[in-house]
Ligand binder design. Sequence first.
Ligand code: GLU
Length: 414
Amino acid sequence: MAENLNLFTSTQNVIKEALTKLGYSEEMYELLKEPLRMMTVRIPVKMDDGSVKIFTGYRAQHNDAPGPTKGGVRFHPEVSEEEVKALSMWMTLKAGIVDLPYGGGKGGVVCDPRQLSMREIENVSRGYVRAISQIVGPTKDIPAPDVYTNSQIMAWMMDEYSRIREFDSPGFITGKPLALGGSHGREKATAQGVTICIHEAAKKRGIDIKGARVIVQGFGNAGSFLSKFMHDAGALVVGISDAYGGIYDPAGLDIDYLLDRRDSFGTITTLFDNTITNQELLEKECDILVPAAISNQITADNANSIQASIVVEAANGPTTLEATKILTERGILLVPDVLASSGGVTVSYFEWVQNNQGYYWTEEEVNKKLHENLIKAFDNIYEVSQTRGVNMRLAAYMVGVRRAAEASKFRGWV
Ligand code: GLU
């Protein structure tokens, strides 16, 4: 039978398994198997050439029992309703894992920002906020950056929302520039979180980070900062890649040189002649493999060829459920996406708290709190995985879904 590559249905399957293991009823699964709300919008945008183009956007709110919903907005040509739904469910899990008072939300606009001018991107961003303004807000649903969106886009969105509401609303969105109430440490937060998970996983496997060989697939926000952190910690980053291909050197790559030359979308390999494919890169020799790009990269087809002893998922959904099984059986320690990539939303929460209290923290304070949260979350999930005899993904879902389930129960919904 063909493997299930559908992110939405495979997420539903694991949520069901997690709820069953935790002893929840079928009704709880019925509540949590889909977002509570899903809004589809059409956004008319004036293009630079004078024409008008209509873009499609989505906002999904999975469960708001624990508090407002929270999660990023991606601008990507492959954004779909199903993907946004699955991603909103993952945000519920992430918030539960790092113990934040949020449910999950997620949004997206079907567009390719690489083909748009800055002014067109601004018009898409403002149009999206106007279209969803009724269902979002600092105490309802708080957007943030995601794939191909950044602090400038958050600034335009915040400005648009503040104009509509007629008061300054920094807490409406996170991932803002510092000058607009952004938090120190937010830009590097996802990579920091992945780094913390790598250190913890390496300890469990008795691997010394100094000299460990690391492959990072993807050189966007998470992948690029992560490569730098690993390099600075004394690891040998032997492979990296972008959407166009990968480069691999067993002697270690010059990360500072690569960072210097990447463009704002993380493209770098187009400058090299001897590139390999992304699939080839995943199967190269290394100790730690970090898929930090797109979904469905490690599947039943290549899981047996992965040479790493630790796989840490910085991307959302890079490993299928079949592949998770294979890697676990092979004794490879897999740190799942909902744990490894939760650093971003954790510092987003800190940003929102700072906005709400109007008092701002230093980068040291932010990083200290991020470390504490993530190490606690890692230990908790590792412990559940050991004591309940389940893989790290199922353990993470069990920890992650609990808060939304408990909150829904206390509210009397189920
Ligand atoms: N888009 C990021 C994620 O998927 C961050 C979300 C947030 O900061 O709210 O976790």
